[in-house]
Write a protein that binds this ligand. Structure first.
Ligand code: AMP
Length: 189
């Protein structure tokens, strides 16, 4: 089973992906997490990555596509995986679909977490307090939301058109348990 958790920053993709990963016993692939782990390398690449991530902008498609293919090739992904934070651009989406096609796989389900903009700001601010993430400062939240609208949101149209019954919008304004239960109903269908 290959699941994509889609939605704006603060929609709860990470939380829900982690719950699904435990329930379905398949790995949770968070590209944000993989990138944040790379930052501890302190080499030239990681310094550049940190700059981009701290500004709220997107890291290049080439880097992301490489990270994801290398991860998917590992044997723990043989029974599927939950993607959180990828694909985030049309280039990444096309790349992923082609890559999966080549190895005779396809996306099982796309969950699009919908959330109101004022809740996005609230959630990211509270995450700032809890996790102390450098990219969660208030002045970069706007950039992250703008990037989402410009680069990522257009993918939902593609998914809606091409995945139809395998594409579902879930209300991300609800509490964690309710969102999880809504998603599980779709997964178990
Ligand atoms: P996230 O934890 O998913 O919000 O990701 C944190 C940051 O990592 C983002 O703001 C981007 O700078 C970068 N990032 C994560 N995933 C991607 C992706 N698929 N494409 C480009 N940049 C990404």
């Amino acid at each position: 089973m290959i699941l994509i958790l889609f939605g704006p920053p603060g929609a709860g993709k990470g939380t829900q992906a982690s719950l699904l990963s435990k329930k379905l016993k398949i790995p949770h692939l968070s590209t944000g997490e993989i990138l944040r782990n790379k930052l501890s390398d302190k080499d030239d690449l990681s310094l550049k990555l940190k700059e981009v991530m701290d500004s709220g902008n997107l890291v290049s498609d080439d880097i992301l596509n490489k990270i994801v293919t290398n991860r998917i090739k590992l044997s723990d992904c043989n029974n599927g995986f939950v993607l959180d934070g990828y694909p985030r651009t049309i280039i990444q989406k096309d790349f992923l679909i082609n890559f999966l096609n080549k190895i005779n796989l396809s996306i099982t389900l796309v969950i699009d977490l919908f959330i109101n903009e004022e809740i996005i700001i609230k959630r990211i601010m509270s995450r700032l307090e809890k996790e102390n993430r450098d990219d969660d400062r208030e002045n970069v939240i706007k950039t992250r939301v703008e990037k989402y609208k410009a680069e990522t949101q257009p993918l939902s149209e593609y998914f809606l058109k091409n995945y139809q019954e395998n594409y579902h919008v879930v209300d991300g304004n609800q509490d964690i348990e309710q969102i999880n239960s809504d998603i599980l109903k779709l997964v178990e269908k």
